[in-house]
Design a protein around this ligand. Structure first.
Ligand SMILES: [Zn+2]
Length: 588
């Protein structure tokens, strides 16, 4: 289904940009040039409240001009509105939700918006890090994350009731932030919120992966967020959301490409104003809209390697590792549970939050499936039978973070340009094979398994990847929510990344050879390859049944051969920052 475009107009902008004829003319011209279908009109942000009459006039004017209108609010504290959360945990102006002042003040805004609009969106600061006396008393010794999720669940139920009292058909919509491995700490509940709210949106605003501002977030995160949120919310999942902050035009465009592949039926551009519309951010994207719509039409029934993250789960040393899996070229299918019918699955530490994961892994392997666990997931396995499935015991698998200097793959040594942190040490049992080693220690005198595989009767495989990302202790005072550490996994030598990728793909009868940061997306009838790098890339595949004459790309201009996507039946050539899509007829 094609993706509708929505432009978000913040409270300040509703008041200052839409209060005179010239401002209206400019807004309508800009929105039409962006091919926007809808606008969100915001009533509250950071203490600023927009009068109901002002919103009604703006709504009627936009409706008369042919735009659908939605309401929105941003729950961040400002002077004179609700109670600011207490404490230094995040240093951010989130509210205290034990405060009736906060809950009733936002409820008034939700009621106002519900009278005006048929859909109302709560922007992504509906979280709390409050440690005031009231919150601490109500917590009563409970884990802070669990307390906050239950508190915000009760608040959500009250607000949805209030919205429906004002207008039974209103769709109160919660937008989850992009920070999926931090949700559980601050109150976002991907299990209970979708049952309460009418619609669910999620942030796909990945921005610049090379700067610490807003985190070192890789662009594949936009795809993971969309697909995983659909796994959590089902048909209530509706919207993705990108912004201009910390983006050049290529990064903004990459966000749009990735969001269109993610299966959302609405894409919101945040937010209306000079920063979004001056320059070429929007025009570059709108020039590519016909192609983007083809991507979203093709992006149905994703298949590939299942990556497991339960709805509420702690990632320990594997935070945001799903972004890296995708950027390593693994076509991921996010899921909240491991099913025994999955032929190839990766279970990082997050998966072990599922109390039934040990049995699910055993069932999948007994059914002939392949399960890959990271070292942190293996370290969570307290059950000796589960360790034994992978060829280990409590004595032969231990956490011991160390720095690798080189890899050994197929008897060949690959020296590393940059040191690589390995999370632990392993001594596999006699029937477990080691596919790759790392060497470490002061004198390169330690040799530790990097990939091990234990094969089971019936074809099942239990594989360990001795890798990880970072834990919650990596967060700093500057970065509380996004990705605070640049990925080391993507600095691995290409042959090592290829070995990891093709180990995961083997049970599907596939192999993909591509540089890091060239992602593969597999759908019912199509395969899409996105080159997120600033250099041309070559991709070779086995088993996908790609049909050369069906190639479409955002670089198919025949006048410039050097800047054109081409597939000769063996090698797919992708220019820097481009995508290509082909019909795919795999023998599966
Ligand atoms: Zn509080």
């Amino acid at each position: 289904m094609s993706t509708a475009l929505t432009v978000y107009i913040v409270a300040h902008s509703v008041v200052s940009d839409l209060n005179n004829a010239a401002g209206w003319d400019k807004a309508l011209t800009r929105l039409r040039s962006a091919h926007a279908d809808s606008v969100v009109l915001e009533s509250y942000r950071g203490g600023m409240v927009v009068d109901e009459a002002v919103l009604r006039v703006a709504r009627d004017r936009f409706n008369a001009e042919g735009f659908r209108t939605l309401g929105g609010l941003m729950p961040v504290w400002g002077e004179g509105f609700g109670k600011r959360g207490v404490g230094v945990e995040t240093q951010m102006p989130f509210f205290c939700y034990s405060s009736e002042d906060t809950v009733s003040a936002i409820e008034r805004e939700i009621r106002k918006l519900s009278r005006l609009f048929d859909q109302v969106v709560i922007d992504d600061a509906f979280m709390t890090s409050c440690r005031c006396a009231d919150c601490e008393k109500a917590r009563n010794g409970q884990n802070r994350g669990a307390f906050r999720r239950t508190l915000l669940t009760k608040v959500s139920e009250r607000w949805v009731r209030a919205a429906h009292e004002e207008k039974p058909k209103v769709q109160l919509t919660v937008k989850f932030p992009q920070t999926y491995d931090r949700y559980h700490l601050y109150g976002y509940d991907p299990e209970r919120f979708p049952a309460i709210f009418d619609k669910v949106w999620v942030g796909t605003e990945t921005r610049n992966p090379n700067t610490p501002k807003f985190g070192y977030t890789e662009p594949y995160q936009g795809y993971f967020n969309s697909r995983w949120m659909r796994a959590c919310a089902g048909d209530k999942f509706e919207g993705a959301w990108i912004d201009y902050i910390e983006c050049d035009k290529q990064q903004f465009y990459d966000q749009a490409v990735t969001s269109h592949l993610g299966g959302a039926t609405n894409l919101t551009l945040f937010c209306y104003g000079d920063a979004l519309f001056t320059g070429t951010l929007v025009s570059r994207m709108t020039a590519g809209l016909p192609g983007l719509r083809k991507l979203s039409d093709a992006a149905i029934e994703p298949w590939g390697v299942h990556v497991i993250k339960p709805a509420t789960s702690e990632g320990s040393g594997d935070l945001f590792i799903y972004d890296d899996f995708g950027m390593m070229g693994i076509p991921c299918v996010p899921a909240t549970r491991l099913d025994k019918n999955m032929r190839s699955a990766i279970v990082p530490a997050q998966g072990m939050s599922d109390p039934n994961m040990g049995k699910a892994i055993a069932d999948a392997i007994a059914s002939g499936g392949q399960v890959i666990v990271t070292h942190a997931a293996l370290a969570h396995a307290t059950d000796a039978a589960l360790l034994a499935l992978f060829g280990y015991s409590p004595a032969t698998a231990a956490t011991a973070r160390t720095i690798a200097h080189a890899f050994e793959v197929d008897g060949k040594k690959i020296e590393l340009a940059k040191p690589f942190h390995v999370p632990g040490t392993l001594e596999p049992g006699p029937t477990t094979k080691t596919l790759a080693w790392v060497t470490c220690g002061t004198w390169d005198n330690l040799r530790i398994p990097f990939i091990t595989v234990k094969e089971h009767p019936g074809g099942g495989k239990a594989i360990v990847w001795n890798l990880g990302t970072f834990g919650q202790d990596a967060y700093t005072i500057d970065e509380s929510l996004c990705v605070p550490v640049k990925s080391e996994l993507l600095t691995l030598p290409a042959p090592v990344i290829a070995l990891l990728r093709n180990t995961a793909l083997a049970p599907l009868g596939l192999a993909i050879d591509a540089p890091p940061r060239v992602a593969t997306y597999l759908f019912a009838k199509h395969a899409v390859f996105v080159n997120y790098t600033a250099a041309p890339a070559e991709v070779r595949t086995t088993g996908l049944g790609l049909v050369p004459e069906t190639l479409t790309s955002d670089r198919s201009d025949p006048s410039d051969k050097s800047d054109r996507s081409e597939f000769d039946g063996t090698i797919l050539r992708l220019p820097a920052g481009s995508y290509a899509m082909m019909d795919s007829k795999p023998a599966r």
